[in-house]
Design a protein around this ligand. Structure first.
Ligand SMILES: NC(=O)c1ccc[n+]([C@@H]2O[C@H](COP(=O)([O-])OP(=O)(O)OC[C@H]3O[C@@H](n4cnc5c(N)ncnc54)[C@H](OP(=O)(O)O)[C@@H]3O)[C@@H](O)[C@H]2O)c1
Length: 302
């Protein structure tokens, strides 16, 4: 019998890719906001029960509008923390695993740029978004023993409102943006995250039963190799687009974070250390430049 996966946020950047990569492994039951608003706990519990039987809960849905979260902290908490708590309880009750996606924003990014954050480093979010995601992590970790928390960094992809899409739009409009050059991270293509998740799910579902013994539950950092500033990333997009189109649009100009005021404070250092993912699960994502080239190819071939 094929396993059943309950997936939230199937219309999101990561969720959409997860539907493609998880479908060969299992029946994927994607619940979207039309079916249930995650900020409604009773409706969420009801929908989970409607989708019995299930073997795994995968939960990428989140309130991801980082600046808006500063104005709507209750809603951000309901979606990022409380819905994760409910899903973790539902998973624990059935003794099934749960995958939760978290973020580099759980850290304050104040450490030296020569260092990356490991899974064991102290969290200290600077924003409502980061705080509510961190509390979502805690809820999952303490409620559902069989959990996998995947912390992501600077996600972009073919869908949704993300930095990559904004840069492409500006490029096509012939506009040269000013882009922040003092925040460092690893831009990661949502498809790579979904492919990595599929391998993890496959290891999980194939781990010697009946208690999934042998699978290493816990928190993993999952980000592209290498490091870039937002300005480096934007420049790489413009350079590649100039190469593909034969145009010569001027490259993005570097600015400091202070010159681009936003409501939520972002970490200056968002570099995640992926050693645990490689050492325990044998997985290593390509560097960000390779992922960008693949993503731009995917757009060309769409
Ligand atoms: N984007 C990043 O740079 C980044 C970085 C690190 C970690 N993460 C984490 O990675 C995960 C996936 O991120 P993403 O970029 O794929 O997010 P996304 O594109 O913003 O997608 C979020 C999904 O959540 C759904 N959602 C939001 N509010 C909902 C509600 N009240 N009820 C039901 N569904 C709701 C959205 O549905 P609608 O489309 O219908 O609104 C969408 O499908 C998230 O947990 C995020 O915190 C993201």
């Amino acid at each position: 019998m094929r396993p059943n996966i309950l997936l939230t946020g199937g219309s999101g950047q990561v969720g959409y890719e997860l539907i493609q990569t998880l479908s060969p492994l299992a029946e994927v039951h994607a619940i979207d906001i039309q079916e249930v608003d995650l900020s409604d706990p009773l409706a969420l519990e009801h929908v989970v029960r409607k989708h019995e039987p299930m073997d795994l809960i995968v939960h990428p849905a989140a309130f991801t509008a980082v600046d808006l979260a500063e104005e709507q902290p209750e809603l951000a908490r309901a979606i990022n923390t409380e819905s994760s708590q409910i899903l973790a309880e539902e998973a624990a009750r059935r003794n099934i695993p749960m995958i939760y996606y978290s973020t580099d924003y759980v850290f304050d990014g104040r450490r030296s740029l020569a260092l990356r954050y490991t899974e064991d480093d102290r969290t200290s979010p600077l924003s409502v978004y980061g705080l509510t995601k961190r509390d979502g992590e805690t809820a999952v970790r303490t409620t559902c023993k069989k959990h996998c928390i995947l912390r992501l960094c600077w996600v972009y992809g073919l869908r949704g409102n993300n930095f990559f899409q904004t840069m492409l739009r500006l490029y096509h409009q012939g506009k040269t943006p000013n882009v922040v050059c003092d925040q460092m991270g690893s831009p990661t293509w949502s498809r790579m995250i979904a492919m990595t998740t599929a391998i993890i799910v496959s290891k999980m579902l194939n781990a010697p039963h009946d208690e999934y013994d042998g699978f290493s539950w816990g928190t993993y950092h999952v980000s592209a190799g290498g490091v870039a500033s937002w300005h480096d990333f934007a420049t790489a997009i413009f350079v590649e687009m100039n190469r593909q189109t034969g145009q010569n649009i001027a490259l993005p100009k570097p600015i400091a974070s202070e010159e681009y005021p936003v409501k939520a404070v972002r970490p200056k250092n968002s570099q995640l250390d992926n050693t645990r993912l490689e050492a325990i699960l044998g997985l290593k994502l390509p560097d960000w430049q390779t992922q960008l080239a693949w993503c731009l190819d995917a757009i060309k071939n769409k």
